[in-house]
Every structure is written in C-alpha cells, then in structure tokens.
Design a protein around this ligand. Structure first.
Ligand code: HEM
Length: 173
C-alpha cells in the first residue's frame, strides 16, 4: 500500500509505531540506566515498559508494513560482512529501510534488550541473576555508540539525514 503523502520527493519508510517504538525505547533505556542503582521501583517499571515495547516490536516485525518486517532487513552473516566491506570502501548500496549492517545492529540491540529485561525479571525473584543482568545491560549499552556511529556514517555516505527519517518517517525515494 502506498502512503497517500508519498511524492516524487519523499517516500514514507518508517511507520508511526516503529518511530514511537524507537524514541520511547531510547528514552526508556536511558531512564533504566540512570535508575539502576537507586530508584528501584522506577527502574522495574521502566523495565516492564521496555519489555512491552520489545514484545510489540517482535509482533510488528511479522504483521507490520514492509520496512518494519524482519524479512525485509534481517540478513545472514555473509551479507552483513559483504555490506560492511562496501561501507569501508566508501560506496555502499543505498537501502530505503535498514541496510544489512543497520539491520544486524537492530537485531543485536533488540536481542540484547530482551535478554537484559528477562534477566532483570529473574533478578527480582533470585538475586543471583543480578550480575548476569548487569553484564547484559552494559554489553547492550556498549552497542549504542556503535549504533550512533553507524547512523552517522550512513547519513554521511548517502547524504541524507537518517535521524530525521526516524522522526518524520520519510526518506527520499
Ligand atoms: C539519540 C540517540 C539515537 C539516535 C539518533 C538513533 C537513530 C536511529 C536511526 C536513524 C535509526 C534508523 C536507521 C536506518 O535508517 O536504517 C535507528 C534504528 C534503531 N535504533 Fe536508534 N538511535 C538512538 C538511540 C537508540 C537507542 C538508545 C536504542 C536502544 C538501546 C536504539 C535502538 C534502535 C533500534 C532497535 C533500531 C531499529 C528500529 C526498528 O526497526 O524498529 N536507538 N536509530
């Protein structure tokens, strides 16, 4: 289905749910990080919110529009490595949705957050999980700067503002 506001200059790529998911996830992860050691009630509440977001995104990846779907952007390791080389050589192919490395990063972030929230839940009933939960939280957080570098590099190489795309949903065709 073509969005009625799609024109020759711009095409709708990210639907409202993906944009809501992304920015509320980014804010929620920040709050969860800041409240980890104190403010446990808020930390746990935000953890549940993140779990809800992730569950909804998993389903949206099956029933959502084209660019939100898993099979539209999840590629195997060979394709991801090949695309990473294209990026390093400076002339990567442009994708409207996530490119193969961006898709891999999306999967790693989502997987990292699923494991982090599940072990957070486990920590509530058995304290022994706490170290695993913290390790996974920091490992996932360590991906965020790489994610931001990826977004910056792709924006630069294709001369387009991917951040604005994730805000208003549009990219050039
Ligand atoms: C200011 C900080 C951030 C900016 C500017 C940003 C920017 C973006 C952009 C532009 C995309 C789309 C890339 C594309 O066009 O292919 C994206 C995707 C994504 N980002 Fe971020 N991001 C930020 C923080 C975060 C954080 C903190 C997380 C999670 C810990 C995160 C997780 C994701 C995920 C999972 C996707 C894939 C979205 C989907 O398909 O549902 N981002 N981000």
């Amino acid at each position: 289905m073509t969005d009625p506001s799609t024109t020759a200059e711009r095409v709708r790529v990210w639907d409202p749910f993906v944009r809501f998911f992304h920015w509320s996830l980014a804010v929620a992860v920040l709050i969860a990080f800041l409240t980890g050691d104190e403010l446990e009630d808020l930390h746990v509440a935000v953890g549940y919110f993140i779990m809800g977001l992730l569950a909804a995104r998993l389903v949206w990846g099956v029933i959502g529009p084209r660019h939100a779907r898993w099979w539209n952007f999840v590629r195997g390791p060979t394709a991801v490595k090949a695309y990473a080389w294209e990026v390093l050589r400076g002339h990567p192919k442009r994708y409207l949705g996530h490119n193969p490395t961006g898709g891999a990063m999306a999967v790693l972030l989502i997987l990292g957050l699923i494991l982090t929230t599940l072990t957070g839940l486990a920590t509530q009933s058995a304290h022994a999980w706490k170290d695993v939960h913290e390790f996974l939280a920091y490992a996932t957080l360590a991906l965020v700067p790489l994610h931001l570098i990826g977004v910056a590099v792709a924006s630069f190489q294709h001369k387009e503002n991917l951040v604005r795309g994730m805000i208003d949903g549009y990219k050039r065709p």
